[in-house]
Ligand binder design. Structure first.
Ligand code: ADP
Length: 259
């Protein structure tokens, strides 16, 4: 009796182990195929501008009449695109491996937002962009000002890229219980519910068919996520298709003297 029970137990153990192993193998396969997809995406996006640069250079070498400022500008634009792509990729790998240098110094989050707004003066004038900063006073936080500027810049840029007919982006800074919350809100196309979990992933773009229709690398939110994680921030997004998106993060404020 004892022997049989023992064998039975062992058999069960082995079956369970077997199931665990095959599950692990499946997961590894998934990671492997994601990695392959990632590499193929990166290669594609690196190759596209390179092809343009080579193509235009060859045309201008062979046909001097084609050496126009417009054609040269295309080469410069594509080289810049290549440059920001490589910078983004390096950034993400540094942030993910924890080798990025994240400073912890006090700075004015409010001024940081205001200075980003000044970059859009031209768009406001030429495109009728309406970009609003709502806040009730200056707030200081602890962190890396350059990195947080990058976060805000990426979120605001996305809001502008996916802007609605009202051409309006709202940045709202609210303080509650020693924490500051920043919302970046647009009334644009929104993001489908089943895609919300993926948009923070490196290289993920909702509209794959139009990968190059809108400027963007699919890396912006991954950088945002990694920087916010390094700051221990709470963050997220609320979005509804056809209504727009609200990307937010929450961080502790540095109490001011008069509090
Ligand atoms: P990129 O904007 O370069 O494509 P991101 O990582 O910044 O890459 O964003 C990933 C994807 O998330 C975008 O391609 C887009 O599909 C979606 N997304 C991001 N921000 C918004 C937004 N404000 N409104 C609608 N979709 C958005």
């Amino acid at each position: 009796d004892y022997d049989v029970a023992f064998e039975g137990g062992r058999y069960r153990e082995i079956t369970e182990l077997n199931a665990t192993l095959s599950y692990a193998a499946q997961e590894l396969k998934k990671v492997d195929s994601l990695q392959k997809e990632l590499i193929s995406n990166i290669s594609h996006d690196l190759r596209t501008p390179l092809t343009m640069i080579t193509g235009y250079s060859e045309v201008m070498r062979d046909l001097p009449g084609e050496m126009t400022p417009e054609n040269i500008q295309i080469i410069i634009d594509e080289a810049n695109r290549l440059n920001s792509l490589v910078t983004d990729l390096l950034d993400i790998s540094r942030l993910q491996s924890g080798t990025a240098d994240i400073k912890q110094t006090p700075f004015s989050l409010t001024n940081c937002i205001k200075s980003i707004f000044s970059r859009y003066t031209k768009l406001i004038e030429s495109d009728g962009l309406n970009i609003i900063f709502e806040h009730d006073g200056e707030v200081f936080i602890m962190g890396d000002e350059l990195r947080m500027t990058q976060v805000l810049y990426n979120l605001i840029n996305n809001a502008i890229n996916y802007i609605g007919d009202d051409k309006t982006v709202i940045v709202r800074q609210t303080v509650k219980d020693d924490r500051v919350r920043v919302d970046v809100i647009d009334h644009g196309e929104g993001i489908p519910k089943d895609k919300l979990d993926y948009i923070w992933d490196r290289y993920y773009r909702v509209d794959k068919e139009h990968r190059r229709a809108k400027v963007g690398t699919g890396l912006g939110l991954s950088i945002v996520k990694n920087i916010l994680l390094a700051h221990d921030a709470d963050f997220g997004v609320a979005s509804k298709v056809g209504e727009g998106s609200d990307f937010y993060f929450i961080l502790p404020v540095i109490p001011t003297d008069d509090e």
